[in-house]
Design a protein around this ligand. Structure first.
Ligand code: SF4
Ligand code: FES
Length: 238
């Protein structure tokens, strides 16, 4: 493994060839906000919260998917980046019904936390007031598609870690939605094993574990870990 050195926000940061910019930032305790990224599953670079400025490049680069190269000089917290991230957050709030005061995940929601962190005190875009299905057909899980930010964490964990491939994406743009078994409600899925991994990795209150919601417990997964449990790739680490 050959070592590479980056300068991130003025700090000398060590990593190895093959690491992304985000990998090296995290190894060296430099904070970069993320939303679609989750350690342990593939990085897709879709939400663009993790963008950084790299000296010598005129583009904003997603740190979760951009390979680091030796000598890079990177800025993670410029005015331009904070304005860009705030705009992304406002568009996410405008796109679906993120009314935190009515959400069981309030207080433990990554979208809410990022909005607070970025000082979001209003949304400058018209709300779309989405009218997606609130799927309460399953006895263990509830899926309110009106709170989905299309980060695809649930789809990736279900396919890559659980191996059930229950979840997928249908349609495009603002009409896109997570579906189970290509169109069935979750309660009628033939492939779902009720492991709850999708709920654990969901950064918002979209997929929730019904018992946890009603007993006041929260989804609290920060990473996907290796496990010998045949169903669950997360949680207790047995
Ligand atoms: Fe992301 Fe949750 Fe929507 Fe899945 S249901 S795409 S994890 S916000
Ligand atoms: Fe990198 Fe979403 S966290 S693009």
């Amino acid at each position: 493994m050959s070592e590479i050195t980056l300068n991130i926000d003025g700090k000398v940061c060590k990593g190895t060839v093959g690491d992304t910019i985000l990998d090296i930032a995290r190894k060296n305790d430099v904070y970069i906000p993320t939303l679609c990224y989750l350690e342990g599953i593939s990085a897709i670079g879709s939400c663009r919260m993790c963008v950084v400025e790299v000296e010598g490049s005129n583009k904003l680069l997603t740190s979760c998917t951009t390979p680091a190269t030796d000598g890079m000089k990177i800025h993670t917290q410029t005015e331009k980046l904070r304005a860009y991230r705030l705009q992304i957050l406002e568009l996410l709030f405008a796109g679906r019904n993120h009314f935190c005061m009515f959400c069981s995940q309030s207080g433990d929601c990554e979208l809410q936390r990022l909005a607070i962190e970025h000082g979001m005190d209003k949304v400058r875009y018209p709300y779309l007031y989405s009218d997606f299905h609130n799927d309460a057909s399953d006895e263990d899980l509830q899926v309110d598609h009106n709170r989905c930010i299309l980060c695809l964490r649930c789809i990736r964990v279900c396919g890559e870690k659980v191996g059930a491939h229950t979840l997928d994406l249908e349609k495009r743009g603002w009409n896109a939605s997570v579906v189970s078994d290509l169109g069935k409600v979750l309660g009628e899925s033939d492939t779902c094993v009720s492991c709850g991994a999708c709920a654990q990795v969901c950064p918002t209150g979209t997929i929730t574990i019904r018992d946890f919601v009603y007993r006041g417990r929260r989804n609290d997964c920060d990473e996907v870990v290796e496990s010998i449990c045949p169903l669950c790739p997360i949680g207790c680490k047995i």
